[in-house]
Design a protein. Structure first.
Length: 130
């Protein structure tokens, strides 16, 4: 299923929730939305369905979808804009955001130690090979 253009209302996201799974439905939904963001299927600014609409299409309780949305908002994956609805946040992928912060902290630490950028790159290459 393709993602609707920005500003339109989607009835459904291409997320599957296995009601027989040991993983709680809200967590399956949260992970599914994060995967869609990572895959580029939900780019920053994409409007996502309302809690009620998505709950109906996935046959979930509205509170289940609301919990997933709350956790996604806390992670910075989505942002709610009042009556306008919920959208994929401009930061998008929380994993990449965390990696970017870690890289920035690493560079600051290397510079504080007085090492060069070339040294920093060598340490990263060595760590990747290890």
């Amino acid at each position: 299923m393709s993602v609707p253009p920005e500003g339109s209302t989607a009835d459904r996201l291409p997320v599957v929730v296995d009601h027989a799974s040991a993983i709680p439905p809200f967590e399956q939904l949260r992970l599914g939305i994060v995967a869609l963001v990572r895959d580029g299927q939900l780019p920053a600014g994409s409007k996502i369905p309302t809690v009620r609409t998505l709950a109906m299409s996935l046959r979930l309780a509205p509170n289940t979808v609301a919990r997933a949305y709350r956790e996604l908002e806390q992670q910075g994956v989505i942002e709610t804009q009042g009556r306008r609805g919920s959208f994929i946040a401009s930061t998008g992928d929380p994993t990449r955001d965390s990696a970017g912060r870690a890289a920035t902290e690493y560079v600051a630490a290397i510079r504080k130690l007085g090492l060069s950028d070339d040294d920093a790159v060598q340490f990263v290459r060595s760590a990747i090979r290890a």
